[in-house]
Design a protein. Structure first.
Length: 381
């Protein structure tokens, strides 16, 4: 056994063990009420399939046969059976509880049908089977590309809607997945190039040495972020969601470029002034900003209004999303407490509605250009 074979064995073993343990964690561990159970079960299913597929490598190795009856194309098609579950995870992230058994059956059925057709053609004519294989792979790549582009657009709208609904985005924003998808697409292109350039004896093992460690890293990052995800039940779906998203994205570019200057450059109407005074009073004197997981529905209820009016007037008066507004109040209160009290930073960020110090430090630094500790030190000197 060569060094490349040993490295491949280690990579396979690490991926198999991690995916197996993590899949059991997501499938069977009890979690809090805010955790999206369906998403966790989908994640567990994906990891279990990857673990089983990795175990096939060891079974074939110990049995003394080449991986999956001497046909690498069958191995690839079997590996692609995990694809429908991955696509369903993307859908579940932006439209929780919208994935149905019917949609799942369509995705899985198409992938499984491609595998069966290839096997049949292989026994009829290998040349026909190869042509069908490469055509299927090309179509699948196009399909995945279209799906990823659609998801990126849906994710952008989703994050914008979340910012209008929740004051706490930790565990709700899915920007992290966009970064993972970009890495995966870049790696897929590199993997194909590697296979073309190294079209020889060692290409599969060398490609595997690059493929499996990155797969393990991606699985670890996915597991961590999915484990941190929280429910977004207040986000409307169906016709109401489409109406909200169309309204919020119609003038998105214009708002991003000059919304703040436009708001600051004009005088507020009487209704807007009265609304903002009431909103500031409710959020500060009522200490609503300190509530963990506060939503626009909570604030609207305290103001005896509805969340649609709240979002509309807040955007017109300040140009801010609900999340940005609450964040501003929290950070202003935190800055005041840093200067006027001797409370620890832990006490301050928890009092101001933050769950973790890292999130508080990041938000504070973005707003004030320094960490809370540095802000207090500058004031003392």
């Amino acid at each position: 056994m060569t060094m490349l074979d040993r490295i491949n064995d280690i990579n396979h073993a690490a991926l198999m063990v991690f995916c197996l343990i993590s899949s059991l964690y997501f499938l069977y561990q009890k979690c809090d009420e805010q955790a999206p159970v369906r998403l966790r079960h989908l994640m567990g299913t994906v990891l279990m399939i990857i673990a089983v597929q990795s175990s096939l490598y060891f079974i074939s190795t110990f049995a003394g046969i080449d991986y999956l009856i001497l046909d690498k194309k069958i191995a690839v098609l079997i590996n692609l059976l995990v694809l429908p579950f991955c696509l369903m995870m993307l859908t579940e992230l932006t439209r929780m509880s919208e994935v149905t058994i019917r949609k799942w059956a369509v995705h899985v059925g198409v992938t499984f049908a491609i595998l069966l057709i290839y096997v049949v053609l292989k026994f009829v004519n290998q040349q026909y089977a190869d042509v069908f294989y490469y055509m299927s792979m090309a179509e699948l790549l196009i399909y995945i590309g279209v799906y990823v582009v659609r998801f990126a657009k849906a994710a952008k709208r989703y994050n914008k809607t979340v910012a209008d609904v929740y004051a706490d985005l930790d565990g709700r924003s899915i920007n992290w997945l966009n970064r993972i998808l970009i890495v995966m697409l870049v790696f897929a292109m590199g993997f194909v190039l590697l296979k073309i350039v190294l079209d020889g004896f060692c290409d599969n093992r060398i490609a595997g040495i690059a493929f499996y460690p990155l797969t393990l890293v991606i699985c670890v990052v996915l597991c961590w972020n999915v484990d941190q995800m929280r429910m977004t039940e207040s986000i409307p779906y169906g016709d109401e969601q489409r109406a909200v998203l169309e309204e919020s994205t119609s003038n998105e570019d214009e708002e991003e470029e000059g919304a703040t200057e436009h708001v600051e450059g004009r005088e507020l109407t009487a209704e807007q002034k009265e609304f903002m005074e009431q909103l500031d009073t409710v959020c500060t004197e009522g200490n609503l900003y300190s509530m963990h997981g506060i939503t626009r529905e909570d604030v609207a209820k305290a103001m005896m209004t509805n969340h649609i009016r709240l979002t509309k007037l807040l955007k017109e008066a300040t140009g801010l999303t609900f999340n940005a507004y609450i964040t501003k109040i929290r950070l202003d209160q935190a800055a005041r407490m840093l200067l006027e009290t001797n409370d620890t930073i832990e006490q301050i960020f928890y009092t101001c509605g933050y769950r973790t110090r890292s999130t508080f430090n990041r938000a504070f630094t973005d707003a004030f250009g320094c960490t809370p500790k540095e802000y207090r030190s500058k004031a003392e000197h």
